[in-house]
Write a protein that binds this ligand. Structure first.
Ligand code: NAD
Length: 451
């Protein structure tokens, strides 16, 4: 059956595509397997050149890709442009890797001992719908740089930029069979990739629920896995912080990408003595948020991805916790939902425990640094988070005490091409980006050479 791709801002059909099943997945794995030996043996310098060429080819089509991504996901075009810029930077960054995959020499008796970083073979990449092309590049670039070949399964809701990337890669000179995209259902194509005997590793980004299933399936063949999963991150604001700055940046830290962001700081922990001042500034910032047409360069928040997602988000916004602030959103068509702030929320409320993945923030007051740490860590997740304070020693204490893989102090940013990104606890296993990602796309080999 054909797959209809819907534009969330209009509810119109954006594209119709054929869907793959098990047979097409097996064919893609076979192509990737056949292409592996030659790609592994391409000289490091040549592989670096091909990746740089791919970055240039993406740059040449950056605006088209950004528009396609904005329309398919419903994300603001300014965000989509930034994300495509990050894709280019990611390929450029990892184009430096083929010539820098260094090993160690280790002092031993009776000979010399050294290590190599070997590619794994065929790697399966499974991606979500919230940052499709950016997350794709975080996996594709290090995987290719290390000499692997790829079978990529994008989310069914947002497959379009992955398909464009596949075309661009071939035009840029990536050898046939190295990069294969398969569009189809997670339960069919995704699970086949995870269970296929010729796939050496699976890198997955998506929900904790699906990640758990992938981990279980992969364990049957001791397949390597990295999992980038959900979050319920805390934005911790102390009374001694620059409150206006913290409040001004809090809305986009949770309502950016309409809240469909694994790093969303959806629990805003505020020191009680500053709560009223913080909420006044937050209300101003939420009112100023520009919600509307994703293709308008001024827009800061678009619609949700689907009607199902909107229904799920509404169930949290209309739960037990009181609504303190409700922003505006356009009327239909489109899967719109207004930015909503709940306050006060108890940390055991459903809205504070579960990943909502929509523009709903829960404000949770606290009275001491110890309580802030306890609340921040009282979650199954540990992805990102922020600490706002002017007290440097407290900032350092908090940064060490909060269980999260990507924290920031006096900032709400999480992701940089050059720094590791990933989760503690049920937010995942492994790291993407920075030099650390390369460890997850290579196997360490030790060689002892008797002299
Ligand atoms: P999802 O888990 O529903 O789907 C992700 C991908 O997995 C899709 O391609 C889907 O088709 C596929 N899939 C579904 N079932 C599968 C199965 N049984 N076997 C194999 N593959 C399967 O997630 P989503 O709804 O697309 O994305 C939202 C989730 O992703 C949120 O939980 C969010 O926090 C998470 N996310 C995490 C990060 C991170 O880096 N930690 C980044 C972005 C999104």
């Amino acid at each position: 059956m054909a797959l209809q791709v819907i534009e969330p801002a209009t509810e119109q059909v954006l594209a119709e595509l054929p869907q793959a099943g098990v047979e097409e997945t097996d064919e893609a794995v076979a192509r990737a397997k056949a292409a592996f030996p030659a790609w592994r043996d391409v000289s490091p310098n040549e592989r670096a050149n091909i990746l740089r060429g791919l970055a240039t080819a993406i740059e040449d089509q950056a605006e088209e890709l950004a528009r396609l991504e904005a329309r398919n996901v419903g994300k603001p075009i300014s965000d989509a442009r930034g994300e495509v810029g990050m894709v280019i930077d990611t390929f450029l960054y990892y184009s430096g890797a083929p010539e820098r995959l260094l090993g160690d020499t280790i002092p031993v008796a009776g000979g010399v001992d050294f290590t190599f970083r070997e590619p794994l073979g065929v790697v399966g990449l499974i991606t979500p719908w919230n940052f499709p092309i950016a997350i794709t590049s975080w996996k594709v670039a290090p995987a290719l740089a290390a000499g692997n070949t790829i079978v990529l399964k994008p989310a069914e809701l947002t497959p379009l930029t992955a398909l464009e990337l596949e075309k661009i890669a071939v035009e840029a000179g990536l050898p046939e069979g190295v990069f294969n995209v398969v569009v189809g259902p997670g339960r069919v194509v995704g699970e086949r990739i995870v269970q296929h005997p010729d796939v050496a590793k699976v890198a997955f980004t998506g929900s904790t629920e699906v990640g758990r299933r992938i981990g279980a399936l992969a364990s049957e063949s001791i397949k390597r896995v990295t999992l980038e999963l959900g979050g319920k991150s805390a934005n911790i604001v102390f009374a001694d912080a620059d409150l206006e700055k913290a409040a001004a940046s809090a809305p986009l830290a949770v309502f950016g990408n309409a809240g469909q962001d694994c790093c969303a700081r959806s629990r805003i922990l505020v020191e009680r003595s500053a709560l009223d001042r913080f909420m006044d500034s937050l209300e101003e910032a939420v009112d100023a948020l520009r919600v509307g047409d994703p293709l308008d360069a001024e827009t800061q928040m678009g619609p949700l991805i689907s009607a199902d997602q909107r229904e799920k988000v509404a169930s949290y916004a209309n739960g037990d916790a009181p609504v303190a602030i409700r922003g505006s959103a356009p009327d239909g068509p489109g899967f719109w939902f207004p930015p909503t702030v709940l306050c006060p929320v108890a940390n055991d409320d459903r809205a504070a425990r579960e990943e909502i993945f929509g523009p709903v923030a829960a404000v949770i007051p606290f009275d001491s640094e110890e309580e802030a740490v306890r609340l921040a860590n009282d979650t199954i997740y540990g992805l990102s988070g922020s600490i706002w304070t002017r007290n440097g020693a407290r900032a350092m204490r908090m940064a060490r005490a909060v269980e999260g893989g990507a924290l920031s102090v006096n900032s709400n940013t999480s992701v940089r091409v050059t720094t590791p990104f990933g989760g503690f606890k049920q937010s995942g296993i492994g790291r993407e980006l920075g030099p650390h990602a390369l460890e997850h796309y290579t196997e360490l080999k030790n060689v002892f050479f008797a002299t």
